[in-house]
Design a protein around this ligand. Structure first.
Ligand SMILES: [Zn+2]
Length: 67
């Protein structure tokens, strides 16, 4: 049961790798996706897997979204 095939890699252009994080289109409609990092001011990416959170790709600042 330990062999997990890495099939979660979708076919998306590598050059748009960062932008695909900025514009999270996974799930239903577009949510809040222009949140700015309070630390460095960069656009944060929203992650909905597990605990919903905003993660800054520049300084790794993480802000957990309130329920
Ligand atoms: Zn930041």
């Amino acid at each position: 049961m330990s062999q997990v095939a890495p099939q979660q890699q979708k076919q998306k252009p590598k050059k748009l790798r960062m932008r695909s994080e900025l514009y999270d289109v996974s799930g239903s409609a577009a949510k809040l996706k222009n949140r700015k990092c309070p630390r460095c001011g960069s656009v944060m990416a929203h992650h909905s897997s597990g605990q919903p959170r905003w993660v800054c790709g520049s300084c790794s600042f993480t802000d957990y979204a309130p329920k």
